[in-house]
Design a protein around this ligand. Structure first.
Ligand code: ATP
Ligand code: MG
Length: 247
């Protein structure tokens, strides 16, 4: 997608405007995000790079409605998250956001199928188990539905997590270092799958990564430093200087 400034408002899936987050700590208040402005269009893929502690995961939690900013505007899929109570936020997440973490976060006492189906059941979907079956098939795990996470390899667990994240057909997929716990080839498979699923379903992808090659697969990269977007870019051609400056 072209520069999102040129995209009409209705096609924006993520809008952050002057987002600040200040948290208390033993050493006094810490400014974790210091004025983030970011727009991401429908179907766009954006990587988020930057040093450890720069606020990448925190920014993602704010996009997911899992963390509230101290100030600023957060609008996702057309919904202003600032005005929502906890129940509304939970419904918003269920309907619009899929999340994949580095550590998979599957429920160990549930099978692969249950891990994908249970959130759908909570959402009141009568076809939860059929959808979960289809989701696991889409990530190549039809033959692993009755396995528990402990009986699955890391790559398989992350594929279950992907099936779960996509099962509600979210408009926004958030991935926080999704290959951080996987070896190179397994990670590459998970990434291919994630990009394919996002593309096929028209989902917007925001991907945190320390891997420059992976960041370069996205339509554009943004780099966070010390709670601020230091550089941004609308074209792949200009990604290299951002990535070369140290992720
Ligand atoms: N609940 C909290 N209370 C106080 N400080 C916090 C809290 N959560 C995060 N921080 C601080 O906010 C800063 C940003 O953290 P964040 O996890 O967003 O970084 P990150 O860019 O994702 O880093 P990494 O690449 O290591 O995952 C860090 O300095 C962290 O210590
Ligand atoms: Mg992080």
């Amino acid at each position: 997608m072209a520069n999102s400034d040129a995209v009409s408002r209705g096609d924006l899936i993520v809008e952050l405007a002057d987002v600040h987050l200040k948290l208390a700590s033993a050493a006094g208040p810490v400014n974790i995000l210091r004025g983030i402005d970011l727009s991401v269009g429908r179907g766009e893929t954006v990587s988020v790079v930057g040093p450890s502690g720069s606020g990448k995961s925190t920014m993602m939690m704010i996009m997911a409605g899992l963390e509230r900013p101290t100030s600023g505007l957060v609008r996702v899929a057309g919904h202003d998250l600032g005005g929502m109570d906890e129940d509304k936020l939970a419904r918003f997440r269920r309907d619009h956001v899929g999340i994949v973490f580095q550590a998979f976060h599957l429920i160990p006492t549930m099978t692969a199928l249950e891990n994908v189906a249970i959130p759908l059941e909570f959402a009141g979907r009568r076809d939860a188990f059929e959808r979960a079956h289809a989701g696991l098939e889409a990530v190549g795990l039809k033959h692993r539905t009755t396995h528990y996470p402990g009986q699955l390899s890391g790559g398989e667990q992350q594929r279950v997590a992907l099936a779960r994240a996509f099962s509600s057909e979210p408009s926004l997929l958030l991935a926080d270092e999704p290959t951080g716990n996987l070896d190179g080839e397994t990670g590459a498979q998970v990434i291919r799958l994630m990009f394919d699923l996002a593309k096929n379903r028209g989902a917007t992808l925001v991907l945190i990564t320390h891997d420059p090659a992976l960041a370069a697969r996205c339509d554009r990269a943004i780099r966070l430093v010390d709670g601020l977007i230091e550089s941004r870019d609308g074209t792949k051609a200009n990604l290299r200087p951002i990535l070369a400056s140290g992720v």
